[in-house]
Design a protein around this ligand. Sequence first.
Ligand SMILES: [Zn+2]
Length: 584
Amino acid sequence: MTHMSEGERFASKAPPLNQAERDAINALFPAYIFRRSRTDEIWTTCCRKHMTMSSEDMMLVTPERNFPAVMWAPHQREQRNRWDDAPRPSVQCPLCGREVIVKELGRTGKQDNLSRYRRAVVLRWYRGALWARAYDCAKHYSRDRGYSLTDEPDCKLVGVYRFKPGLAEATTRCFWDYPFGPVVRQDGPLTKGRWNIHGPFYANAEYGAGYDVIGLDEIQKSPFRYCMAEEAEGRTDRFLQYLTACCFYPRQIEMLMKAGMGNVVIDLTDRGVKHAAVINWDEADPKKAFRLSRQDMKTFLGTNRDIRIVELYKQLKERIPLTECAEWISNGVNVKETFRMAKKWGLPPEKLMRYLMGFVGCAQYGGMSSMGSALRCWEDYLTAAEAMGYQLHHENVLLPKNLGAAHDEATAQHRERLERERRIEQERQTAQKLADQRERDLLMADTYAERKVKLEGKYSFELDGYLIRIPDSGEEILAEGRKLQHCVGGYARRHMEGKVTILFMRKVKKPDEPWLTIEMNGNRLVQIHGFRNEGMYTEKGRFAPDPREFYREFLDTWLDWLKKGSKRDEHGNPKLPRKKGAAA
Ligand SMILES: [Zn+2]
């Protein structure tokens, strides 16, 4: 005998699927009738039969055996994309009565698109324990892949569970051809909010962890028969954890389910939440489990049985009638926050709750639709009131009679003050910025004065009624740009910092009137432009003549003089070579 792991050994003890269980798994899949009209054949996937219809079959029609309906029903197409409607069963199977989808062979291709996958957990009472076996199930219809139209689903065992009072055991595997893992046991009640037993379907998590449960009636043979498993199955997708809990808390679960408190059970099984402050899970008698008096228990059962009512009742040390707690819960009290705020302001929590309850549904202030929103309103009020120096140690100020009006007044005052403060701060910042700017400008003007002397020595020039001069300041460059409507203004700062050199060309008679603007790079003229850069460039060129061409003689003389070192006579006037044609 080959060596088997503990998990393998445990899994091998589980009962194999019987025919009824296999049929139940088959029923999880869509039911088809495949039809070949030409030969009068049908194949059913519900009851998995193949037959050729005789002419009697076609004539003997009863509601249960309607072969003509099957033969005449139109072929139903699969969804091509997810906006298409999925095909719905259109006729009854004449052999088993199930509603089926009709497929005409010859129009179904290779049937690859009909493959479906399901997950099933199958229960069985077997040898004194409730077994659950988890299967990855698939149905295929493709003949190319070796399947026939009437095959049973492929069922791959991926998990085995055994439940007895006081013990739950499980072994699982990620994929059906892996060995089973070690046996996991839960042999005591829930601790630290974690069950040892988990669902089996964690491979292919993109399909989710849900599964169908088969064999719920087997539970009736088990000690868990009073746990209302059928109802629970519809409410949890963690049914295996539910059965685990039943091993330890069968009577408590029964009690809670019968009391209509399934939520509390699902909290325990799905999230490991015990509500330990109010439920004693060692007691199955409701009065003892909830530690409530007979009268309180009766009162509680008269409410909507929300467990938070008892929790609040206990948290308030039973000082407040349970009915009032129920009223607060149903009016959306935010228990945690209300307790926190009550503590912060030195109020008994029940006093604050009663106060807040007084404003719920107050028609004038629609915001207070619940105690939770009344609390937020009160918190807003306090924030504003604190900032405005209200006398909050007076109770009538801390808990104003008309919270809505007090809130609006305090927050309006507060907002006004915040806005005033913000305005003042903005003004201060603006003034500071201006002062900083002025300081920088002054500093720059100082440095520029030095630079300007150098620029004048190098560039300033006068000839034939024209002159070149140096800008006095950044403002003058900005003014030039504005007047001439070109972009030299953008160069003002860089000129002042010495990163570029901007010069003005003027008529001698009007040395201060903006006319032409020059950018220099050493001795090289980078650009020269006048009003609107000579009227914008267009496809036809510019509208005014290019000043570089128009004043070529003047500009070339100046540039030539520059290149030769900007020589000047004793009066500071440029020394120029004699003009051609001039008398020697
Ligand atoms: Zn059938």
